[in-house]
Design a protein around this ligand. Structure first.
Ligand SMILES: *[C@@H]1O[C@H](CO)[C@@H](O)[C@H](O)[C@H]1NC(C)=O
Ligand SMILES: *[C@@H]1O[C@H](CO)[C@@H](O)[C@H](O)[C@H]1NC(C)=O
Ligand SMILES: *[C@@H]1O[C@H](CO)[C@@H](O)[C@H](O)[C@H]1NC(C)=O
Ligand SMILES: *[C@@H]1O[C@H](CO)[C@@H](O)[C@H](O)[C@H]1NC(C)=O
Ligand SMILES: *[C@@H]1O[C@H](CO)[C@@H](O)[C@H](O)[C@H]1NC(C)=O
Ligand SMILES: *[C@@H]1O[C@H](CO)[C@@H](O)[C@H](O)[C@H]1NC(C)=O
Length: 511
């Protein structure tokens, strides 16, 4: 008995040590380095379900990188190129319907590289290419080449990044970095790149991608010419992200902490699951990735700090709900459903969404939002209310700007009393989001009651606000003359999104 307990304890300890030493992914580096260095037509490798975390199939000449089966999220299987010393996946296939680690899977090459589920004989992932061999370069680039010459590359993993680019890898507008849950993306624009909250795949309509960070090429440096080809970005060995339109001097440089410090080590830039973009270099003696750049340092400007329908309080990043979920589970969930935001009655509140009004809030990304000049908060609100693709508006009583959001409220931050917000809330329990049969009917009745209550409360709140505003007018007039408007002082051009050249001037937003 005692012996059994001791044995179990030892086993647990061994497993814990193994996991701790490998940083989560246990990789047999020797086995990985012994893997093939080239796959030819007819190659097939079956996934060994008893293996622990990573099973190498193909290795690069330096033995630093390997392609193989990777266990992700504890139960799923993916195809990945790993940086072996750190077990960090630099590239992942990320199939739409990933296979289970415990299920059989095989990787084969018949001109195209295929990840297959032999049980159902279904192809889980394919490179959609036709070549003669597969090689992994010492840059971590996985290539399918034709036999004619090494330079005839028909497919390369560098063109389909997952969440990471390594140094020397071009990020073009044809590709994007995406977090593995596909919530966030980094995309190239004409003369900028941006970070976006992508709408859920399930919502085919009604929600646009929300840009929450943008880096624009400095106009002074920019040699970007319209029609001169698409821009692309690349992490350079000297410690910066460069934006190019053609090879040669970069049009723009976003420098990292070790810029020009002579650090010669593998670098990568990763869009991480918290929505932040970070750059690292690999410190070989210490065997760890060292953080070298963070795009967003203000917690309230990061979409994951508070989530949808929440208000963030700077500088701590404390969160409060803008609108509560009906089931008491926290803030209302951002749910899109077919039918837009107009309802059957064309613009009125018809049970498709609720309206929430909040003062003292503004979008952290307001410089990136479209806006119009508006005479009043009521006018601003009305413009959003009647627009089927508008999810919310914020009126700034200081500047007369009316900002519009074409996605459910995100990254709202606490602001001064001159900011007036109006938001459309569509929650999980909303009848418009579906539900089945008789149960849905019951839910509808319940929601109708809730909805009516909300409308009554909102009406009462509106009346209260009108009353309160009247009472405040005298005091407000005095404050208005004395107070200096921060927005009037802030540089105007970047707000004038109607003009393209002024957008270029916005340069490095928040940096
Ligand atoms: C990678 O391979 C190239 C030739 O293909 C070689 O010039 C270079 O030195 C190699 N780099 C490393 C780090 O092994
Ligand atoms: C990056 O783009 C440049 C210019 O198009 C090209 O010359 C270079 O080969 C590309 N690098 C890779 C690794 O694809
Ligand atoms: C990972 O697993 C968790 C819990 O099992 C699940 O909620 C999450 O969606 C999974 N993530 C991915 C990317 O599959
Ligand atoms: C949300 O719920 C919390 C706790 O139930 C409450 O304190 C808060 O006032 C509610 N917020 C809104 C906007 O209704
Ligand atoms: C409605 O809102 C969307 C997104 O904010 C905007 O692009 C569009 O121009 C607006 N339509 C009208 C008629 O104002
Ligand atoms: C906007 O400002 C004006 C003048 O400063 C004031 O009279 C008015 O009440 C304010 N409106 C709101 C909604 O705060």
């Amino acid at each position: 008995m005692e012996a059994v307990r001791c044995f179990v304890t030892m086993c647990v300890a061994t497993v814990v040590v193994a996991l701790a030493c490998s940083g989560g992914v246990a990789v047999d580096a020797a086995a990985a380095a012994a893997a093939a260095q080239e796959l030819r037509r007819g190659f097939t490798a079956a996934h060994d379900r008893s293996s622990s975390q990573f099973e190498a199939v193909l290795s690069d000449p330096s033995g630093v990188f390997a392609l193989g089966f990777l266990r992700v999220n504890s139960t799923m299987l993916d195809l990945a190129v790993l940086h072996l010393p750190s077990s960090f996946p630099l590239w992942r296939a990320i199939p739409d319907r990933p296979a289970q680690w415990g299920a059989p899977a095989s990787l084969s090459f018949d001109g195209d590289l295929l990840l297959t589920d032999p049980a159902s004989n279904k192809v889980t992932w394919s490179a959609a290419a036709a070549g003669d061999r597969v090689v992994l370069l010492n840059t971590s680039n996985l290539q399918i080449q034709t036999a004619a010459s090494a330079s005839s590359v028909v497919w390369q993993s560098f063109d389909t990044p997952s969440d990471t680019i390594v140094q020397g890898q071009n990020l073009t507008s044809a590709a994007a970095l995406r977090t593995s849950d596909r919530r966030f993306a980094m995309r190239m624009g004409t003369n900028y790149f941006g970070l976006y909250i992508d709408p859920p795949l399930s919502s085919s309509s009604g929600v646009a991608a929300a840009m929450y960070w943008k880096h624009t090429a400095l106009q002074a440096k920019a040699e970007i010419v319209a029609g001169g080809g698409a821009t692309y970005a690349r992490v350079e060995p000297d410690g910066y992200l460069a934006m190019y339109q053609k090879e040669g001097p970069p049009a723009d440089v976003l420098s990292f902490d070790t810029f020009n410090h002579g650090v010669r080590s593998l670098r990568r830039m990763t869009l991480e699951t918290d929505g932040n973009l970070r750059a690292y270099y690999y410190d070989n003696p210490q065997s760890r990735w060292v953080l070298d750049f963070t795009a967003i340092t203000d917690p309230c400007s990061l979409p994951t700090t508070c989530g949808a329908y929440a208000v963030c309080v700077p500088p701590t990043g404390r969160c409060a709900c803008l609108a509560n979920a009906t089931d008491g589970s926290g803030c209302a969930a951002a749910v899109a459903a077919a039918g837009g935001l107009c309802g059957r009655t064309g613009g009125e509140v018809g049970g498709l969404y609720w309206e929430v009004r909040r003062n003292r809030v503004e979008p952290a990304n307001k410089e990136l939002l479209p806006f119009e000049n508006s005479p009043s908060a009521a006018d601003c609100e009305a413009r959003c209310a009647r627009n089927c693709s508008c999810w919310g508006s914020v009126y700034s009583n200081g500047t007369g700007y009316c900002y519009f959001m074409d996605y459910p409220a995100q990254m709202m931050v606490e602001a001064d009393e001159r900011k007036v917000g109006y938001f459309k809330v569509r929650s999980l329990e909303n009848p418009a989001s579906g539900g089945g049969g008789g149960k849905a009917a019951g839910v509808k009745v319940a929601l109708l009651v809730v909805g009516v209550t909300v409308v009554v409360v909102a009406a009462a709140f509106g009346a209260y606000r009108v009353w309160k505003r009247r009472c405040r007018t005298a005091a407000g007039d005095v404050r208005g003359q004395v107070g200096v408007d921060d927005e009037r002082l802030s540089p105007g051009p970047y707000k004038n999104l109607g003009s393209f050249s002024s957008v270029e001037l916005s340069s490095s937003f928040r940096r």
